[in-house]
Design a protein around this ligand. Sequence first.
Ligand code: MLT
Length: 258
Amino acid sequence: MEQAIINFAERGSGVPLVLVHGFPLNGRMWDAVSPALSAKYRVLVPDLPGFGRSRPAVPFTIDSLADDLFARLVALDAIPCVLAGLSMGGYISLSFAVRHAAALSGLMLIDTRAEADTPQGRIARDEMIQLVRTGGSVAIAERMLPKLLAPETPARQPDVATALRSIMESCSPQAIEHGLIAMRDRADRTGDLASITTPTLIIVGDADAITPPSTAQAMGARIPRSVVRLIPGAGHMSPMEQPAEASHVMLEWLQAVG
Ligand code: MLT
């Protein structure tokens, strides 16, 4: 597979900290946490191929993205790094941790899971592919928004719901389709968790309906040097919904594993 274009936003200096976005989003989903993180770290925020400023949309797999990310980070002199990924970004980070273990000084798995899609989940991906072909990114945003946020977030923080919808609606339908195929066909990483030796922080919103706290705890039980932290009042998008608490938890852990 040809190496896809991955653009990075970069701020701060020090140890490289890479923040990989979820689906169907772009690097803007980290905007509320990156000021606090970049005060102490060299924060690199990629837009995955076809998303944000990384055009054109080209087909990818979760493993090809992990390899492309590694190649770009080498070129940016950002290895070793701490790699953080939310949801689909977590799938990529787990693949990276298996394929490029020596490149990591730490791993953060945020609102994500190690398991592959279930047969039912794969059917749902195919339905979403049909939906994006007929209704575009607006239909996808409409379908996904209610599942991504804690039940109280839209009323309590309407700006967060608005920002999230706008990021989703800005995604190219082609990139959304590539993302759905890559997630549908991804490997199950559960069997690899015990071999991850880098320090690992697992973060999950206490109201995450897509990758719930029980999933995070199960992942933590298998990764030897891991800790699990719950973010109160957050759903699947904890760095957007509770940025102060999420960045505090991240910085505290980064300092501890230093
Ligand atoms: C994400 O947030 O990246 C997606 O919800 C992940 C998924 O659909 O599996």
